[in-house]
Design a protein around this ligand. Structure first.
Ligand SMILES: C[S@@+](CC[C@H](N)C(=O)[O-])C[C@H]1O[C@@H](n2cnc3c(N)ncnc32)[C@H](O)[C@@H]1O
Length: 321
């Protein structure tokens, strides 16, 4: 837990600066309103999540060990447009760090990293990042992001904003943390065709009525389906389930799709507009991990359920931006 990085966090109540106590950091208090924030299980708690809409994420990221360094490194490069190694010495914000697989990569590469997430997944993230004193994990809300504005060299948000009740607001909060000339990379779920959207909305609505334990068992059942050749590449164009070769990742991916309270789907045009509105001039669309003529066609036409809309851009350096 890194105290210098604490200078970049703000009181979520009044935006005052925070003063830390303890080595390692044990608590922080607002120098303006005096409110105190505890460090628990390695994470600074600037927001609580008991009973809130991110509970399923706390469950999944703490339960499943999904960090796979080689794969995470490749996915990070695809979804941010930069390599983790290129972040050495840079100031980085992981907006919605979940269990911390990408925050750890950046910290390991030598970046100074703040990872924030609203769920108790911060406990897993803090464990993964514990060996890196150049990292700080905080439980905080992207909709009221208690972080200094316009200072980060790189801000990325991978698969997060569409899980908030107000993705556009969250985008704005995240974007404002990027310094002029700094980079923002965002990955969101892509809008599918109307029949796919209807089927998946209905299935997710049903899933939302189940207990987490029952849903987890069903996700494990879908994990079995995801291992059956041919079926796992065809049926998943109608009903979403993971066909990842690793069992744990398949089950976790399935839970990650069906359990969250909020899950919105977006278009490239919409995300481009958001970038422009926040002062990022030329957002570049990043290609997905998989490729090939059929895959590319299906991706462009929104047929890949769980596919992404992925843009990266530098913040303009004009006074307006
Ligand atoms: C699908 S996970 C992605 C986690 C991580 N980026 C990754 O790819 O491993 C989405 C994350 O968004 C977080 N999240 C949702 N709403 C949030 C909010 N308002 N503020 C902060 N985090 C939020 C959830 O707690 C969850 O960990």
């Amino acid at each position: 837990m890194n105290s210098p990085l604490l200078e970049l966090l703000r009181c979520p109540r009044c935006r005052g600066t925070l003063a830390g106590t303890g080595l390692p950091l044990a608590r922080a208090s607002c120098s303006c309103c005096g409110k105190e924030f505890q460090v628990a299980r390695g994470a600074l708690r600037l927001a609580g999540s008991a009973g809130d809409y991110t509970e399923s994420f706390g469950r999944q990221w703490n339960r499943y060990d999904v960090a796979r360094p080689a794969e995470d490194d490749a996915v990070f490069r695809v979804k941010t447009g930069v390599t983790a190694d290129s972040l050495a010495g840079k100031l980085v914000l992981d907006a919605g760090c979940g269990g911390g697989r990408y925050a750890r990569l950046a910290a390991q590469a030598g970046a100074r990293v703040i990872g924030v997430d609203l769920s108790t997944a911060v406990e897993k993230a803090a464990t993964l990042c514990a060996p890196y004193p150049n990292s700080l994990i905080a439980q905080a809300d992207l909709l009221n992001l208690p972080v200094e504005e316009r200072v980060f060299d790189m801000v990325y948000s991978i698969g997060v904003l569409h899980h908030t009740p107000a993705p556009r607001v969250a985008f704005s909060q995240v974007a404002r943390c990027v310094r002029p000339g700094g980079r923002l990379s965002v990955w969101l779920y892509r809008q599918n065709t109307p029949p796919q959207e209807w089927i998946n909305s209905a299935l997710r609505a049903l899933a939302g009525r189940l207990s987490p334990r029952l849903l987890e068992n069903l996700c494990a059942g879908l994990g079995l389906v995801g291992s059956v050749p041919v079926i796992n590449r065809t049926l998943n164009k109608v009903v979403n389930f993971s066909n990842h070769p690793d069992w744990t990742l398949r089950v976790c991916d399935n839970f990650d799709w069906y359990a969250p309270a909020y899950q919105s789907h977006h278009t490239v045009e919409e995300l481009k507009r958001w970038f422009h509105e926040e002062g990022f001039a030329d957002p570049v669309e990043l290609a997905p991990e998989k490729s090939g003529p059929v895959y590319d066609w299906a991706h462009r036409h929104g047929l890949i359920i769980g596919g992404g809309v992925n843009l990266t851009a530098l913040r303009g350096t004009t006074a307006h931006a």
